[in-house]
Design a protein around this ligand. Structure first.
Ligand SMILES: [Zn+2]
Length: 236
């Protein structure tokens, strides 16, 4: 194998690895965002339950004050009824008292219903709080893992870049014509340098013209006639 091929392969291995690592690195922020959004969802639930609890508590208080209002009405009416002389008026007063008592009992019924609702809301709130505690731990662990991965990838990318440096310098010096071709191809998909396969290009699999194949066999840096990728020949 010619030296230029060895050099390009070294550079290419490092670059392909760097590309994969960069792709992984690029996804990390959105992965973190997704993880955190599950927490936001749970926090939203907690807020909803809290609001429901507050509303129920306000409702209970409002009913309580209604009951108190009706009780004091009854008390007033009882006091007044003792002073009423006319039978008709007295009867009417008793009817009013009975009506007020009935109103109180329906207030109490609805208050009981709100209490039951409040109990259920408190349970929902507690279980949401429990869930959030559990997932908070998991989320922290996942975020930490991603932070570590980020650091590791960055470190490995730097190492790969460092490793390719001497080969790149060598290539630039000995084969300045290859360097721009390689630089252009590495930005695209796939490996810039491909091995010939029989009489075909190892990248696009199309047939090479005999001259190109002969040059490749001689170890001359050539590019595929169809896809423009650098090719080299190596006997299997
Ligand atoms: Zn090709």
């Amino acid at each position: 194998m010619k030296q230029w091929v060895k050099d390009v392969l070294e550079i290419q291995t490092a670059d392909m690895r760097t590309k994969r690592m960069n792709a992984r690195l690029k996804n990390i922020p959105s992965e973190k965002k997704d993880i955190l959004s599950s927490l936001t969802g749970e926090q939203g639930k907690i807020k909803k339950y809290k609001d429901q609890i507050l509303a129920s508590e306000r409702e209970i208080k409002a009913i309580e004050s209604k009951i108190a209002e009706f009780n004091s009405k009854i008390e007033d009416m009882n006091k007044k009824s003792a002073m009423i002389k006319k039978n008709e008026e007295y009867k009417a007063m008793l009817t009013e008292i009975a009506k007020a008592k009935f109103a109180i009992s329906s207030f109490e019924t609805s208050q009981l219903q709100v209490y039951e609702k409040l109990e259920a809301e408190k349970k929902d709130f507690q279980s949401a709080e429990k869930t959030i505690k559990n997932i908070q731990g998991e989320i922290e662990a996942s975020i930490n893992e991603l932070d570590e991965l980020e650091k590791l990838l960055q470190k490995e990318i730097n190492e790969a870049l460092e490793k390719r440096k001497p080969f790149l310098e060598k290539l630039e010096k000995s084969y300045p014509e290859i360097f721009p071709i390689y630089t252009r191809l590495i930005k695209k998909d796939g490996e810039p340098l491909a091995k010939t396969r029989n009489v075909n290009c190892g990248f696009c699999h199309l047939k090479l013209i005999p001259q190109t194949l002969n040059d490749a066999k001689k170890g001359v840096p050539v590019t595929c006639d169809s896809c423009g990728h650098l090719i080299y020949y190596q006997e299997d």
